[in-house]
Design a protein around this ligand. Structure first.
Ligand code: R5P
Length: 298
């Protein structure tokens, strides 16, 4: 990605803990990498400072785990990039938050997904994310109200899984996960199944699976691991079905406090994740798929 003068046509900017992803993205785009400097005032406000070149495209990378802390710096950076002469300001949010509350479940609640999505959609010219939790609202552009693209992590997961997949069965925790578990399993050349999930509270989940071959090696695949309750419930239920080897693979490694312990206690052997949220379990890189989408959409 170079301009006529030979300068990189885009600068990839990153705020703190999204730097690793942003560096990979910059490298794969042939773009310049720059850190957004942040300063925290004693009253809790934030100041950001960007180093941009007028006329270049700006790509800001910010993953929205811990979203309440991160959204304001991202909005400020978008403003700073425009005022520094960015031609176009793109948000790459490897993890996009607030997707579960896509409707009013109880009187008096907001539609958080819309509030979050629209504020980012207004601040940025386009938004790209990986495997957002789209459920009742099917398109990311309906969430942001502007140009937006959601990318599937299924091909990257399948590529990672395929050489390790012999004798494995891919297991999704619920019906909702069926389309992409099927896509991963087909591309990796293995069998798949999904369970029936009931959420009883933030950290209480029950899952039932159909009959499974008792000797099978299960890999539980989910888009998000937050409290860890879903993966732990899936593992417990698979063990009750007689499965002995259970691994877990998630896209967004949120892992709230205590989640990994809960997952390990449920009998999961290894936990692997995509790099959309920085975590020691990251093994599957998604920057190449974001880079390919950006290069195509130029
Ligand atoms: C829910 O529908 C999602 O696909 C995940 O299963 C869920 O967000 C995982 O959350 P937790 O780890 O808290 O069970």
């Amino acid at each position: 990605m170079r301009s006529r003068t030979g300068e990189p046509a885009a600068i990839v900017h990153a705020i703190a803990d999204s730097a690793r992803f942003a560096r990979r993205l910059a490298q794969s785009l042939g773009a310049t990498f720059a850190s957004v400097r942040t300063h925290g005032f004693p009253d809790g406000e934030t100041l950001v400072r960007v180093a941009h070149r007028a006329g270049a495209d700006a790509i800001l990378v910010q993953s929205f785990n811990d979203p309440d802390r991160k959204v304001m710096p991202a909005l400020l950076a978008a403003d700073a990039l425009r005022r520094s002469g960015a031609r176009r300001v793109t948000l790459v949010a490897p993890y996009f938050a607030y997707m579960r509350q896509d409707k009013i479940f109880h009187p008096g609640e907001p539609i958080s997904q819309r509030v979050f999505g629209r504020s980012l959609g207004r601040a940025f010219d386009r938004v790209l994310t990986v495997e957002p939790h789209l459920h009742r609202i099917r398109r990311l552009s309906d969430v942001t109200g502007g140009r937006a693209r959601s990318l599937s992590a299924a091909p990257a997961i399948a590529r990672w899984l395929a050489p390790r997949a012999s004798g494995m069965i891919a297991v999704g925790p619920d019906e909702e996960s069926a389309p992409w578990i099927k896509a991963v399993a087909r591309a990796a050349g293995i069998e798949w199944t999904v369970g029936v999930k009931r959420r009883l509270g933030d950290r209480r989940v029950q899952i039932h699976f159909p009959e499974l071959p008792p000797g099978a090696h299960a890999v539980v695949i989910d888009d998000i691991a937050s409290s860890g309750a879903t993966i732990a419930a899936a593992a417990r239920s698979l063990r009750e079905r007689g499965l002995r080897t259970i691994d877990a693979l998630v896209v967004h490694a949120i892992f709230a406090h205590g989640a990994l312990n809960l997952i390990r206690r449920s009998g999961v052997r290894t936990v692997v994740s995509c790099d959309t949220v920085e975590h020691p379990s990251n093994e599957i890189q998604c920057a190449p798929l974001v880079s390919a989408a950006l290069a195509k959409a130029r």
